[in-house]
Design a protein. Structure first.
Length: 538
């Protein structure tokens, strides 16, 4: 029997920078060289990694954003969104405001050489560093601990982290550190298919349908990963996550009889072209739905053909850290994103927006929006009420108990969002829109009661929301996903907590905004911007 590894990595070529030579040394055991790592070095490296990825992006990602701004074939909205994302990256690089308000679940995938000695508590040491990163920066705590089947409590540390460490050969300890927000995590899908999908026509039709169903809730342009095959469902999806982080870029370009995994670059180009044809674009129409694709082909059981699809979003947060006998290193992220800002006429890219006064009263606001068309660009100024998942559930409980919706839910638009921590001396922490679809179940009930008549969030909505807006005269406006730091610094002028303070970032807030960018997505006539793309909410 000739053994061959399924994942045949070449050396990872990510540019690295030295962090320290302290805490690591070499020795020998039975004639073999070994690496000795002090646990506090793992802690320090984890804290640094999760601090860095909250504020800095890979230079390749920034170059792709800049290329869209320069692309003559990009739509006006493609250029507008991606230029906004570049400005957001520059603000986040100041190290105060994270690039996204959802600073994610901390995930570490480690490969520990069998000649590495670091003690028995690697996971505890890494978790300590992750907790420090979230405590010492303006990052949001998003992890919910189940106290019972239906009762939960925020852990207030952003722990537990997902940490998986695998044994490998050698004297190095490598860590892939990722922060995965709810929006992009929710866009990971597994489809149990059969060999019937393994032909050109069937595979193209399948991927087109599933690609369109991703929608924009996870903040495109995406790094999209498609994995076909796998020895198990969970291995397929694990490969999706690694591919979306470009961790598998150095796989072979072809398969062989051993069953090794490979990248299919021809189908990457085909699917990228298909994404251009969808028309969804960078959130509000155009050709740049995806920066790039990774298509990985895996071996499979003859009776099974899992297909996994997932994305890395505009908050493209991952970095490789590595400890070798020479020291501790971390991937060199871009600390000067301003060099990627194209020299363009910003006014021409931004274009004209219809000014909307949010404080003119709900009846007058609805009349103003009635004159707008789907995809019209707006500039919002005035009062927004912020409420998301748990707050909506609480208000529904009050309605069921015979209480009315609060007046503020009827007087002002509702912004689906949850802020990151507010830096000292600042008005607001990063405060971008969250995924709208999670609130779909409440819209008909609340609009029936005169609330949620104008909603602001990101992503597509279900047909039930379109019908509710048509029935009750409501509107859904889309904000730019992935622009949380810029919104906090430039648009949000005042933040006041109104209700449910025990919910932390899920509390109800009142904010005052100026020149907050938005688009009309669903109007009061039954029109839906995303309807032409057959996007569905699962």
């Amino acid at each position: 029997m000739a053994y061959a590894p399924m994942l045949q990595y070449h050396n990872n070529q990510a540019p690295m920078r030295l962090v320290t030579t302290n805490g690591v040394s070499s020795d020998s055991f039975r004639g073999e060289r070994i690496t000795l790592i002090e646990p506090q070095l793992l802690t320090r490296l984890a804290e640094l990694a999760f601090t860095e990825i909250a504020h800095f992006l890979r230079p390749g990602h920034l170059a792709q954003l800049a290329a869209i701004v320069r692309d003559a074939e990009a739509s006006d909205n493609d250029r507008y969104v991606t230029f906004d994302l570049l400005k957001n990256a520059n603000i986040a690089a100041g190290g105060i405001l994270p690039m996204c308000q959802d600073t994610g679940t901390a995930i570490v995938m480690g490969k520990k050489g069998q000649r590495v000695f670091s003690g028995d508590e690697d996971e505890a040491a890494l978790s300590k560093g992750i907790a420090a990163a979230y405590a010492n920066n303006n990052l949001r705590y998003s992890q919910m601990a189940p106290l019972s089947m239906f009762k939960e409590k925020n852990t207030a540390t952003n722990l537990p982290a997902q940490i998986e460490i695998y044994a490998t050969g050698g004297v190095n300890f490598e860590l892939l550190c990722m922060a995965k927000g709810g929006g992009s995590a929710n866009k990971s899908f597994l489809f149990q298919q059969t060999k019937a999908v393994l032909n050109q026509e069937a595979l193209s039709a399948f991927v087109r349908e599933k690609m369109a169903s991703l929608g924009t809730a996870a903040c495109p342009p995406y790094h999209l990963a498609i994995v076909i095959g796998g020895t198990s469902a969970e291995f397929n999806l694990k490969t999706v996550k690694l591919a979306s982080a470009r961790y598998l870029d150095n796989l072979p370009d072809s398969g062989d009889g051993s069953g090794r995994a490979f990248r299919d670059r021809e189908w990457e180009e085909r699917f990228l072209a298909l994404s251009r044809e969808l028309g969804i674009g960078a959130q509000f129409g155009g050709r740049h739905f995806c920066h790039d694709l990774r298509v990985i082909r895996l071996p499979r059981h003859g009776a099974s053909c899992p297909v996994g699809i997932g994305v890395s979003c505009s908050a493209d947060r991952q970095a490789i850290a590595r400890i070798t006998p020479q020291g501790a290193f971390i991937e060199q992220l871009e600390h000067d994103p301003a060099r990627f800002l194209p020299e363009v006429d910003e006014a021409a890219i931004t274009g004209k927006s219809l000014a909307i006064d949010l404080d003119q009263g709900m009846d007058a606001l609805l009349t103003k929006l009635n004159g707008c068309k789907v995809a019209d660009k707006l500039s919002l100024s005035g009062t927004l009420i912020v409420a998301r998942d748990i707050a909506h559930a609480r208000l529904k409980e009050q309605l069921v108990a015979g209480q009315a919706l609060p007046d503020y839910f009827k007087q002002y638009p509702i912004y689906y969002a949850g802020p990151a921590k507010t830096p000292p001396g600042a008005v607001s922490g990063s405060f971008g829109p969250t995924t709208a679809g999670r609130m779909d179940a409440y819209v008909d009930l609340f609009q029936q009661q005169g609330g949620s008549m104008v909603m602001l969030a990101k992503g597509n909505r279900s047909r039930a929301v379109v019908e509710a807006c048509k029935k009750y005269g409501g509107f859904y406006l889309g904000g730019i996903g992935g622009s949380a730091a810029r919104l906090a610094q430039e648009s949000i002028k005042e933040v006041t907590q109104l209700a449910f303070p025990e919910l932390g970032m899920e509390a109800v807030w009142r904010i005052r905004v100026e020149n907050f960018p938005a688009f009309v997505i669903i109007d009061n006539k039954g029109n839906d911007f995303f309807a032409d793309y057959s996007i569905t909410i699962e």
